[in-house]
Design a protein around this ligand. Sequence first.
Ligand code: XMP
Length: 512
Amino acid sequence: RVLILDFGSQVTQLIARRLREAGVYCEIWPYTADAARAAAFAPRGVILSGGPASVTEADAPRIPGWVLDAGVPVLGICYGEQALCAQLGGEVAGSDHREFGRAVIEIVDDCPLFAGVWARGARETVWMSHGDRVTRLPPGFRAVGVSEGAPFAAIADDARRLYGVQFHPEVVHTPHGAQLLRNFTHGVCGLSGTWTMAGFRDAEIARIRAQVGDARVICGLSGGVDSAVAAALIHAAIGPQLTCIFVDHGLLRAGEAAQVVETFRDRFNMRLVHRDAGDLFLGALAGVTDPEVKRKTIGRLFVEVFEEEAQRLGGADYLAQGTLYPDVIESVSVTGGPSVTIKSHHNVGGLPERMRMRLIEPLRELFKDEVRALGRELGLPEAIVGRHPFPGPGLAIRIPGPVDAELVAILQRADAIFLEEIRAAGLYDAIWQAFAVLLPVRSVGVMGDGRTYDRVCALRAVTSTDGMTADIYPFDMAFLSRVAGRIVNEVRGINRVTYDITSKPPGTIEWE
Ligand code: XMP
């Protein structure tokens, strides 16, 4: 396995993605991680990420001593390369010639990183994002790649197995970048790349059995992918020792609650408590218009209802959660600065302490698409595994203004039509998230010979890789007008449809 030390780059996670795609298990740790922890992890190689700092500053983040003492291969990317050079006796300077985006490097020497992809003398496209650059190599290093803005765009010290690249091989804009990383892990570090999802599943099942023994576990099911996969995995390990609690807040998409019950109780034969709490949630939401108050009300009630059901079961020793790797990576703030709360996310974070249960998080090493792959290994239906993300507070945050049962029903119908058309057009998997929003606005329309005065529905569909940024999906007009026609004709209460064409930023994906 490989350790990735994070110096705060925006794209550090992509390094991990590329490695795992090549069958190499890896973890991302902050660059401040201590030697004892690293020794226990025993990496076969270390990758130093990029980062926003400048090694020319006095308090710049440094590579910890154990990395260079461990004698394992090291690959420094961007800031990582500069830090390697600065700490091993080379020189790094600020540069007038900043390189951002596409750049060309010339391969001036052979290098194990380039094996089978880049030959000496070739000119290759890479993706750069740097201001500083290495100006003198440390002893033992040689230049293997040169760009206009970086005389040492790729460097190697084969004796010590230390390598550096100024460009970013982890982004897709560097063609063959994944192969370079693979050359590092397989070629230089000697790893065989045998990490697979089926292997992970079997190892996790064994680990959960050993951890839990004959104790009891409860798991919250939300209808979403993460909790579904966590539940299926734990069920595969301990069967009836697991009970799932499905707090149904009545704010799910049309038909989803029934599908959860059908899948887990009927097909998987799981012990499942389905608490139909729609009235309770809608009662608490009556008259609430502020988005944050909605979110907090739903979050608080969710915890209360969950606790109540858990108590009714006589409690349990463990609580299972579908926490994913992006949630647990210890983020590095190299530049400091507070981040503001845009939306308070709904999760069950406070539960384990309140209920004095130990926590099982079997997905905490996985990325979202890996969770989906694991779900498929476990036999979960595609309708659950491939489903678009859905916010914890549900449809309540897709109805700006006060929420009631009638509005939820109207929105569910419009949303179902939109998704049905998207599926029929074969677009579902090309879209990160698509949904309808029911606006607290009425407009005048004409149907038949009559005047209507009904609600406006906004459609939203975006592409994204992680939900942090998003682009609108460019439907063609014929598609949009077909959906609009169906919604206005089939859903009473809506007489006008608009398409939201705001990217994120400056918009967010959800409306509240
Ligand atoms: P925004 O609206 O912040 O959403 O651009 C980014 C992604 O997060 C989802 N989302 C949530 N997910 N609990 C969740 O589990 C929440 O409270 C929540 N709010 C937003 C949203 O659907 C999108 O995928």
